[in-house]
Design a protein around this ligand. Structure first.
Ligand code: SF4
Length: 183
């Protein structure tokens, strides 16, 4: 697996201050994709054990709420094993951090009854933002998603119910402040 970039202290891709990992490789080819250079699976650098250690170190401070996985496409088969290894390490060493993931796949139709590796990766994620970016449904007022077809999904509850369960609560956005989740 290759990755494009790691953003430390990211406030755009999930609640609070986060470490965001942008993996390389995506076959969805959404129109006006925000990150089309990362469609190439060879883009960026190799994802090694040293990179996992770098991410763990960046996640350690109390002010960092969790990790976000983006792309590229985290659920492309080429990226699944590397992300499982990363998230298993996060769960083991930093169990109080939450895990968000952005995918162009649709949770219920593409991932929910996927193979064992897909199930394993899903089991390590708290919140999944699913669906392709659709230019015609773009809405700048949305928080943490680009177009209105995308859902913010509570993954543990969805796996338990075997259907899409949206994350409950409201997002607040105030100028100059972090995005806050109000359950
Ligand atoms: S899923 Fe994401 S990275 Fe892939 S084409 Fe769509 S917007 Fe771009």
């Amino acid at each position: 697996m290759n990755y494009a970039v790691i953003k430390k202290n990211d406030i755009a891709n999930g609640p609070g201050i986060r470490v965001s990992l942008f993996v390389s490789g995506c076959r969805h080819k959404c129109k006006n994709c925000f990150n089309s250079e990362a469609w190439d699976f060879n883009y960026g650098k190799e994802f090694t054990d040293d990179v996992i250690e770098e991410i763990i170190t960046a996640l350690k401070p109390d002010y960092v709420e969790g990790i976000s996985l983006l792309g590229g496409e985290p659920f492309e088969p080429e990226n699944q094993q590397g992300l499982i290894k990363l998230l298993e390490t996060v769960r083991d060493k930093l169990p109080n951090k939450n895990v968000w993931c952005y995918t162009g796949f649709t949770f219920e139709s593409d991932l929910l009854n996927g193979n064992q590796t897909v199930q394993k990766l899903l089991s390590l994620i708290d919140v999944l933002v699913d669906g392709k970016f659709i230019e015609e449904l773009k809405d700048a007022s949305l928080i943490f998603r680009g177009s209105s077809n995308q859902n913010i999904i509570d993954v543990p509850k969805s796996l338990e119910s075997n259907c899409t369960v949206l994350l409950k609560g409201k997002w607040k956005r105030k100028m100059g402040e972090l995005n806050i989740y109000d359950a």
